[in-house]
Structure formats: C-alpha cells, structure tokens
Design a protein around this ligand. Sequence first.
Ligand code: PEP
Length: 254
Amino acid sequence: MRKNIVAGNWKMNCSLSEGKKLASEVINMVQDEIKSDTQVILIPPFIHLTSIQSLIGSSAQVSLGAQNCSQHAKGAYTGEVSAEMLISAGATSVILGHSERREYFNESDELLADKVKFALENSLTPIFCCGEKLEVREAGNHEQLVGAQINQALFGLSEDEIQKVVIAYEPVWAIGTGVTASADQAQEMHAFIRSQITSNYNQEIANSVSILYGGSVKPENAKEIFSQEDVDGGLIGGASLKSRDFTNIIKAFD
Ligand code: PEP
C-alpha cells in the first residue's frame, strides 16, 4: 500500500549553518514527537546534501532528497549534478519537473521523461511535479493539462517503474502565494491522476502510487488536505524552512 510522505523543498535557501540547524531540529522533533510512520524527506540545495545526510544518519523515518538532477550520466555538462553523485551523497529521491524548473529553466515533459527514467535506472525515487497555471484552471482545462504532463513524462514507464514514482500535484497558482487549493480541489485532481494511472496500468498499481499535494501547505490547513482519500501527503516549500511549522505539518498524520 502507498506511503504517507511529507517532503520539505528548501529551494535556494539556507546557508550551511542554517541548514544544519534546521535539519537537526526537524530530525529531533520527528524522533521525539511524531507517532505515525509518515516518511519525511529533507530536500536541501545540492551543496548541503552530504552535511545533511550526516545528520540524518540511518534514520528509518527521515531521508534525503535533491531538487533536480541531470538526464546525463556524466561528462562535459558544467554546473549539472548527476544521479550517481546524488546517490553517493546519500540522496534517495529527487524532485523532477518542479514548476520553477519548468518556468525558469524551460524543462519540458519530454526532457522530464528522460530524467525520470534515468533517475529510476539509478535507483533514485523521482518526485515528479505536475500542475496547472491559474489561466488554465480558469479556462477549465486543468485536468487536460495535468493529464498531458503525466502522460508524456510518466506513462512510458513499465509497471514496475511507475510504482516507484511519487507524484506531486502542485497547482502553480498555489505555490508560494499563500493561496491553497481547497481540500476538494486537491482531492478532485488527485483522484483524476489516480484514475489516469488506472487507465494506463491498473487499479492495484494506481493504489500503490503516493500522490502528494503542494502549494502553500501550512500547519493550519495540512490536516484537512491530507485527510482527503487520494492525498498521501505534501511537498512543502516555505513552511519547510521553519522546523516547528514543518513538524506540525507532519503531525497532521498523527
Ligand atoms: C513548492 O515549491 O513545492 C511549494 C509547494 O512551495 P510552497 O509550499 O511555499 O507553496
């Protein structure tokens, strides 16, 4: 059965000392206060990965993720980071297709299909982000758009592979804006995504894929969103930078 996951995407925030302090606080709070077996993923900038991994150690509940990775194995790609490097730094998952990567670095679903495949081949769990912009939702085309994103980037995967992917539905209009999708809007899209997995694979596989919601999740709204049938946790941006807020979000599953 699918896992509940709360992942904290630090984006381009935190000096090394700030990051170590934040991670230590979260790791201690998770150990002392969290009752559920929710999987917690810390996703710092690349340069902090090894330091944060030393703090995580062999925790059964907290793991390390990266914010992106190259579709190439190695070579003359200045500024890029490979899947092998991420694994060697201790990461077990990687965000792919975040809306900021799509918007500012022109990442397409075609490219993301390659990245997802490559991450899986290297035993990294892709946390694949999808989601529509405001104008698409206002035009009523959100399911069509998200359906196309997952179809192009994910549905070429084998049955074995798709079950190893985590999907994060992140409506672009809700990221960093303070505007959250309502619990009903989140549930509706998550159910749609799961129905697409069922159509392309089968029900059992669809039920094994964790689908996270992302977009201005806070301690105040986490419980309502996470209690929806098809919402298996969250990808958290801003609130993951405050240890107490992040831990209180994880507590929504307690
Ligand atoms: C994100 O960037 O993935 C995100 C969900 O950000 P925020 O929680 O700040 O909206």
